[in-house]
Every structure is written in C-alpha cells, then in structure tokens.
Design a protein. Sequence first.
Length: 550
Amino acid sequence: MLKNKGFFHFKTWFPPLLAAVAFWTSAVRADRSGWQRRQVNWRITGGTRIKAVNYPEDKPLTMLAERDELQSKRPRKEPRYPRTAPLLEPPTQQLIAPIIAIVFDSPPVDGFVPWIAISVTDARSYQWYDTTAYAESSVTGNYLTANPQSDYAIGIFDTGASASLISDDDAFQTGIYDAGLVTSSPVILQGVVGDALAWASQPLGIFIDGIDAIEPNGLLIDDSRMVGETNVSIIVGDAIESPNLPTAIGAPLAVYFSAAFCNNRQLTLTVDSNELTAPYMRFYDQLDPRIPYYSNKIYLELRPTQVSHVQYFPCIEGIFDCPDGDGSPLLPTIIVDGWWIYQGLFFVSSVDLTHAGKSALDKDGFMFDTGAQVTVIAEAIAARLKLNPDNPDFTVEIQGVTGDAIIAPGFYIDSLEITATPQWLSFTNVPVIMLDVKSPEGGYLDGIIGMNLFIDLNFVFKGGGLPGQTAPYIRFDPVCRITADIAPGCGDCTVDFLDLDELANHWLETSPSPNWNPHADLGPQPTPDEKVDFLDYAVLAEHWLEGNQP
C-alpha cells in the first residue's frame, strides 16, 4: 500500500467523487418471521452493492434471471410488445391530445450490468499546466504491458460515477502500478459505513468497448472499435483500504460519446468461472451517422449547470506539498466548474410517481445511472407516497467499499413514469429501494433511475451538456426479439431487405474475420456455426417479412 504523504482530506473542501449514501437506519429487520433471505450481487451506485434480499415467503421477488428463464420457455409465435396506453383522457369538448405511454408492468428488482472491456495506455499531455481530458475515437499511446490482448480489465460503463475508477487487481493487470502511474495523493471515498482510501493516478489513456471484443478464450481480439479519453487521472483502489472498489468508467468519459445498448442481443462471457452477461454495446462519436435511431426521446440534463470542462486538479508547488512533482494530479478527473466546486452527473428532466392515491410529480432530481441495477427513491419521496419504512415489502442488505453492511427497506409502488416524446415511458408495480444519496447539487437526490427499468428497451445514451455540446438525451424503443432481424443497428422489428443487405455484407466471413458480425451468423439454429453462408440465408428466408413496428 502506498504511504500517506501530505494527506489531502478529500471531504473537507471538495464534494465526494463517489456519491455518499445516507441510509435509513431505524429498526429494519432482516430476520422477520416467515421471510426468506437470498444472496445476490447487485450494484447500486458508486462502490455500493446489494449482497442479499429478504422477502416474505408468500411474495417472492421478481428477479431478472428468473424472469428471463420463464420468458425463454414461453412459446411465442408473434413478437410481443408492451401495451401503449393514454395517460390522460381529455374531456370530449377539449381538443387536448392524450399523452401516450409505453407501459411495462412489474419490472424485476434488478437490471442488467453494462460490462465493458477496458484498455490502458500512457497517452497524456506532458505540459504540467495541461489538466484537460481529451476524447479519442481510437486507441492512442502505448499500452503499459507487453501483452495488451491479455492485460486488460473488465468493468462497467457507469454514468452515475463522477470519476472513473479501477480496482487494485485491475490496476496491476493493466500495468498501472508497474508503470509507476499511481500517485501518493489519497482520495477519501465516502462509503456506506465509514470512509475508504484510494489514490489518484498520473494522467493516462482509458479506452473501452463492449465485451464482444473479447474472445471466448479470454483474449482481447480487436481494439479497433475502442473509444476513450487521454490525459485523464482515475481513482485507483487499495487492496487493504478499498477492497470492494469497482472498476467503472464514469461520466468524465460518457459526456463525450454515445453508447448504444441492444437488450435484444445478450452476450455472455466466462471469466474465472464466473459468467458475465451484458447487452451488446457499441460506443460512437456523438456525430457518427451509424448511431442507431429510436423514435422516443427522454430529455437529460448535465447538472449542476455550472460545470463546464473535464479535468483533474493539479498539485501546485508552493501551495501544496507535491511529492509526485509539480502539476501531478492531486484529485482525479471529473466534470467541474471553473472553481472546482461542482461535479457533473446526468439527471432525468421529469419523473412522476404515484402510490395508493398519493403522488410525487414532476421530480427533476432523479439521476440516470447505467451502473445501478436497481431503482432508488429518497426518503422524502417515500414520505410523499406515504410508504412506511417499518413495514417494507422487502429489505436489502447493502455493502459499501469498506466491506461494512447495512439494511434498507424496499417497496412496490403503483407507478413510475418518465416523461419523453412522443411516448412517455411508464412502469406499474415498480420495485424501489428507499435510501438517501447525496446530490452533486447539494442535499439529496430524489432518486436513481436504474437499469431494471431499461431491460426491455433498445436505447442510445448520448452524452453532452458541456459548452459547445448539445444536451444529453436517451432515445429508445421497445425490444423486438425476432430471429433474423439483424439490421439496422439492433434491428428494426422487421425482417426485410436491410437484413438481407447486412447478411450480404458479411457473406462467407467467419468469427476470426476483422469485420465479423456475430448477429449475421443465424444458422443452423439453435447453435450457429460461426460462418455466414447459405445456412444463414435459409434462416433469414424462413423469417422473411416477419415482425411489425409496435
């Protein structure tokens, strides 16, 4: 472990990089009579995880794995879409159009994890006064190890992390420690119970892609699609002080790119005997014409509105003791304002919640967090809905970066609606967890929109909100799971000439081909042969003109 030289106490004058969680600490008991306990491993935000859930025996929770297993066994001859319903029925005399919503009933408690492959290089600016992070559409710089195909990290794409983080193990794996790129500048991470110690890195390059860039044998086969940023300082975990620190690429990179999530195409990767499942993901420059287009749009905001640039905070000789040199990072790269007071994250513009006749409407303090598998509401929102923390529908055991744990209540609320155009996104019988998460704007978030609400959507998250950028947003459509619907992007719910053209573009390619598209490998069913040929054409012909737009 690095020695503490000139300890900089992060909390005294700077907002926390990992959102601190203030949990409701009354007598929420895990050992209720007639309740069951089940171990899980779900992410909330920052370094916190849910390690177990407790629920009544007669009211088992709907979890993602069980839901997907049941759906895979259910015979379906026609594509299924969520119902579309009006949220407002106007009086007959008024010429007010009803608000139309895409409605999903009973989402699972947990959602997907956006696993990504991460490579690290030495790409940085060597001007001590240059602290700005630079977006890159391809890998630049030199890898830190001689074997970059094996010396990479697997982490998550986490829009709710205000800085990018790497665990102690992954820092060794990618060569960060061996290259001497860990400073002696400590960063205090506020956890569930107590604080954890981590370290700021020297400037370097971070690059990411979906896990389909990794072969089944574990080698990173292709870095040509990677995007990233250079001259960025990240948080590096400490094996003793922050053993549960995740590897997560956060908002400082997300603000520059668009990320497409294809939930109709799930990928599975086995790492150290553990299966990792994630949507097919692709990252794009924001003006890339290949970004999939979806018809519905959720408006996001990068807040606080004062943030203007992405940079690390340098150590300046004469003001601080700088054992790592003048200009070395004292604090890691985040989205900040000119005075280093604020840190930027992404917020949903408006959320409505209702339960048992009570409501909390037009709430603009919900953070959009791809790193959270669950949806969270603040204690104040729960109070507006008249939810009783002494009588929860279920409870969760939450572990922080220090390893300590605490229990929080969970509820099923009647509805949660996210405003969008032209169709709102609406959920009924929604599982939420009650806890308070500190907001970068001061006080607490209204809550967190987690990935359990997005499992049945194909969507694009577009970063932005900095000066010169357009506002961030999400575009989405319901998932269509139709065999042979391989184009464009994640598919368009119809098997037609676009899909035939995509098949032709990959004709006679095999899995080692540099332009390989695994989704064009359709046959023979159910186990394709990793070659695009007449067997795949036969599958496409079998499903020709299947599907229709929702």
